[in-house]
Design a binder for this molecule. Structure first.
Ligand code: NAP
Ligand code: F7E
Length: 336
């Protein structure tokens, strides 16, 4: 039985990846932060009582700021595969907390790479790199496009990208960068633009909210479906060699396109409800990110299925369900 270790298991991607790897028969270990309230909502449906025989999901308290904890955990678990997803992942917030973002999204990658080198050097390593690294470089972006990050988040991810390549080249580690473009789902954090929109559309439809305040509606993004993107993460670690891969749909849409599709899917005209608030603008915006996934398609066979407009409908309808039934979980509506 293969063993995986996931940092960021309580996040959007971590929860889908845990589901996917359990489905594949893995023993899954996840790092969770100790908090004064429960923060495991996205993985509660996967939780197994520690006293049950044959349990395949184990959660460990820890924080990416704590190198010694990472080292002792890896020394004990000796995972075949490590998926490093933990990060301060919000671009707008990274302007308010640049130092913290540099620590968690940047330096923590060095901490885990160093722990692997010292105590678990046979583990394959996946780094959650981001299209935000391309920033101001015009689309379509591929593995050869120069990085031009436009936020502390983007700059921290560039640091992590190069540390991953350096450990690959310096120590021969199986260390791969997945450069993922935006991917969304009903489990997306509520302050990212897609989820903010779909949640508002559902709440307005049900009379629970009157207005939606947004920033720049002209930004162009390449939105895919998160469950498909975690499968790409796994495929990248099954390749013969470690490498760097762009994962994207290759299809462009504006925030306004997504807004329109979401509101129309519940019979609403967004123009009646949406207002501008400059607080949601960034000091430096990334105008357009559209990826070229040719390499990952050729080398791993990965393909996307769900389009950004289908995603807008899917997420809005899931938000309608969860407004009506707060215990709603989307794990039954997709394919693993
Ligand atoms: P997310 O929902 O924001 O999840 C982030 C995870 O990191 C959460 O589990 C969070 O734990 C954990 N975390 C944050 N700080 C930590 C710390 N100091 N110690 C330990 N854990 C910590 O992000 P996501 O959308 O799933 O994205 C996963 C990864 O892919 C991130 O690295 C993100 O930057 C990257 N990425 C995402 C996208 C995208 O479109 N989603 C695209 C490209 C790259 P809590 O639950 O306790 O907060
Ligand atoms: O913004 C605009 C905003 O915060 C998308 C992260 O997962 O993907 C994500 O980063 C666009 C931007 O995602 C609001 O200005 C308008 O142009 O949903 P977002 P992001 O910044 O693209 C990358 C690939 C990652 O790696 C990140 O971790 O939407 N926008 N009005 C708004 N954005 C937000 N959040 N809120 C608004 O009200």
């Amino acid at each position: 039985m293969r063993t995986a270790f996931i940092t960021g298991i309580t996040g959007q991607d971590g929860s889908y990846l845990a589901e996917f790897l359990l489905f594949k028969g893995y023993q899954v270990h996840g790092l969770i932060r100790r908090a004064s309230t429960f923060n495991t909502r996205r993985i509660d449906h996967l939780f197994q009582d520690p006293h049950v025989d044959g349990k395949r999901l184990t959660l460990h308290y820890g924080d990416m700021s704590d190198s010694s904890r990472l080292t002792t955990l890896l020394a004990t678990i000796q995972p075949d595969e490590i998926y490093h997803l933990a990060a301060q992942s919000h671009v707008r917030v990274s302007f308010d907390e640049p130092e913290h973002t540099g620590d968690v999204t940047g330096l923590s990658t060095t901490r885990i790479l160093e722990a692997i080198r010292l105590v678990s050097s046979e583990s394959k390593f996946y780094q959650a790199s981001s299209s935000e690294m391309f920033g101001a470089s015009p689309p379509p972006q591929n593995e050869l496009t120069p990085f031009y990050p436009r936020s502390p988040y983007g700059a921290s991810k560039v640091f992590s990208y190069w540390m991953t390549r350096n450990y690959r080249e310096a120590y021969g580690m199986f260390a791969t960068n997945g450069i993922l473009f935006n991917h969304e789902s009903p489990r997306r954090g509520e302050t990212f633009v897609t989820r903010k929109i779909t949640r508002a559309a559902a709440r307005i439809k049900l009379g629970m909210q009157d207005k939606l305040f947004l920033g720049n509606l002209d930004a162009v993004r390449d939105w895919g479906y998160a469950p498909e993107y975690v499968e790409a993460m796994w495929l990248m670690l099954q390749a013969d060699e470690p490498d760097d891969f762009v994962v994207a749909t290759g299809v462009a849409a504006t925030v306004k396109d997504f807004l329109q599709a979401s509101f129309e899917s519940v019979g609403l005209d967004y123009g009646k409800y949406v207002e501008f608030d400059s607080v949601y603008e960034r000091p430096t915006e990334v105008d357009a990110l559209v990826g070229d996934p040719t390499k990952v398609q050729t080398k791993t066979g990965w393909r996307h299925e769900v389009t950004s407009m289908e995603l807008a409908t899917k997420m809005t309808h899931a938000d309608l369900e969860s407004c009506r039934n707060p215990t709603f979980n989307d794990s039954h509506v997709w394919r693993y």
